[in-house]
Design a protein around this ligand. Sequence first.
Ligand code: 5GP
Ligand code: ZN
Length: 118
Amino acid sequence: MCIFCKIVNREIPSNKVLENDDFVAFHDINPKAPVHILVIPKQHVDSFNELSSEMMRDMTPFIQQVAKHVNVDQSGYRVITNIGDNGGQEVKHLHFHLLGGAKLSWGHFADADPKDFL
Ligand code: 5GP
Ligand code: ZN
């Protein structure tokens, strides 16, 4: 069973923010911003590649609710999902990072120079 499934099953503790029948939001153990929350489906999905449009439809209002709950909906925030090796996905259970609480930097996304690919 994957680490996030264990969090869903409460085999591993987590600092939960919000939960409903289908999704859980909890604080990232290694935050990269003042607000860094992970939003996951309770059902195991490997990554965004396997995410159904039905699940995305239901996940959208949940993520919006989490942003409101932690009071970043007006100040602004970022939602990211890493996919696969090049995307930097370490945990192979779909998760959206919700980052906020400060002005987030933008850039340095690749070691390679983007101009080399134009
Ligand atoms: P990824 O690199 O797969 O997009 O993101 C995985 C995230 O999960 C990382 O930001 C990492 O800090 C977080 N993480 C890994 N293991 C745990 C854990 O056991 N508990 C919590 N709360 N976060 C975790
Ligand atoms: Zn899982």
